[in-house]
Design a protein around this ligand. Structure first.
Ligand code: ADP
Length: 394
């Protein structure tokens, strides 16, 4: 059973092909295209690459195409990406303007190109279905809540992978299995020894932290939309809601002017006055650019803010995992986040932390750190492939 997992960005298409026939999924191929103007062409090129490399003998070889859609009105979990679901995503385009439109377009084009192949999506909100009500409610009028103004939480596939992998690394096969089977069981099964507490720090183009208790997320720093939480690459992160009417009145801005300011010109880009890639920001900071340094400092401050919140809600922490582009590759940032937390039992090993961790998993905590600290490359595509397989078999 071969499953193609497609990651659709506004101008990129990344893919991974898995053989899901056996117990363990095998990665057969991966690739991608940047600066995509014509999505149909990118889809054709992806399929041609797989054919010419002999990974598939024809399109019929693909059991399904799997996706990682962000949010839809009234839909979460692993579902067939039919027109009803795509319409539900359209209804929330304004919640995720950078994410929903390319997914809707991409899925429709895949479906047109391969009309008999199932299109299956695992929504990024899925991992938070069992978060406590108090953790997801905003203090808004009921009517707003009913419209969808609540904390949804995102990066579900990534944080779920971390939930499984940290449990394995900590020798808790029971919790790893609990996390792996979460969607199959429609909630968590009982656990032998309770209280495995993990904070997953996904810091990349989009960033979020999740508190994971016994393999299940109890909160996520991303709220109603992917524009919330930590400062994102060019999206604002958390902001006092009254800043918007204030700026509209103060500067006579319209909603049409406010949205791009918050979604394209804010976040790390806004703070650093122009850079939205952490590599450039770090380089500029080293050269003495104060705005670039400030962007790093704000990201670190906010990450620590959420780290503290996650630890408190779980009455402690057994492991912290760093994942995604920034956290996997930036030892200085990891050190800044973990700085001066010895009283909480969190202590990095400076040497292990600064060793090259770009190629794989590493434990970077000091020998006398009560809390294990890991760098774990995330594998969202694997989580999606597994859920798509289960969806097909059920
Ligand atoms: P996304 O998948 O959300 O687009 P990534 O997880 O790839 O994002 O993270 C992108 C961020 O990670 C960028 O800010 C980039 O600068 C940083 N990053 C990616 N690779 C590296 C690297 N090798 N060294 C330092 N930073 C990196």
């Amino acid at each position: 059973m071969k499953i193609l997992v497609a990651n659709l960005g506004s101008t990129s298409l990344k893919y991974r092909l898995f053989d899901c026939s056996g117990e363990e999924e095998k990665l057969l191929a991966r690739g991608g295209f940047e600066r995509v103007c014509d999505y149909s062409k990118a889809i054709n090129s992806c399929l041609e690459e797989l054919l010419s490399a002999g990974h598939i003998s024809g399109e019929k070889d693909l059991a399904a195409v799997g996706f990682k859609p962000v949010i839809a009105r009234g839909v979460t979990g692993c579902v067939q990406m039919n027109e009803e679901v795509l319409s539900a995503m359209e209804a929330y385009c304004k919640m995720a303007p950078a994410h929903n439109p390319p997914y809707i377009t991409g899925v429709r084009l895949f479906a047109k190109r391969m009309p008999t192949t199932p299109m299956v999506g695992l929504f990024e909100t899925s991992f938070y279905q069992w978060a406590p009500e108090a953790a997801v409610r905003y203090a808004v009028p009921q009517e707003w809540h009913d419209e969808g103004v609540r904390r949804w939480g995102f990066h579900g596939a990534s944080h779920k992978f971390i939930a499984e992998r940290t449990a394995e690394l900590l020798g808790r096969a029971d919790v790893a299995e609990r996390a792996r089977m979460l969607y199959v069981n429609k909630g968590a099964s009982p656990v032998e020894k309770p209280d495995l507490r993990v904070v997953s720090c996904h810091l990349g183009g989009s960033s979020s932290l999740s508190a994971i208790l016994n393999g299940v997320a109890i909160c996520n720093s991303l709220g109603m939309s992917p524009q919330s939480g930590l400062p994102q690459n060019n999206r604002v992160g958390d902001l006092d809601s009254f800043a918007i009417p204030f700026m509209m009145r103060q500067k006579g801005l319209s909603l049409e002017e406010i949205e791009p300011a918050l979604c394209e010109e804010a976040g790390l880009k806004g703070l650093s006055c122009g850079y939205n890639d952490m590599r450039e920001i770090a380089e500029q900071a080293t050269l003495g650019d104060k705005n670039a340094q400030l962007a790093i400092d704000v990201l670190v401050w906010q990450a620590r803010h959420w780290l503290g919140a996650c630890i408190l809600q779980m009455n402690g922490v057994d492991a912290i995992a760093f994942t995604a582009g920034i956290a996997e590759n930036n030892p200085l940032l990891r050190a800044a986040i973990c700085r001066n937390l010895e009283n909480l039992g969190i202590k990095l090993d400076a040497q292990k932390n600064s060793a090259d961790t770009s190629s794989g998993e590493a434990e970077i905590s000091a020998a006398d750190s009560a809390v294990k600290i890991f760098v774990i490359p995330t594998n969202e595509e694997l989580v999606i492939a597994r859920e798509v397989k289960r969806f097909l078999l059920n």
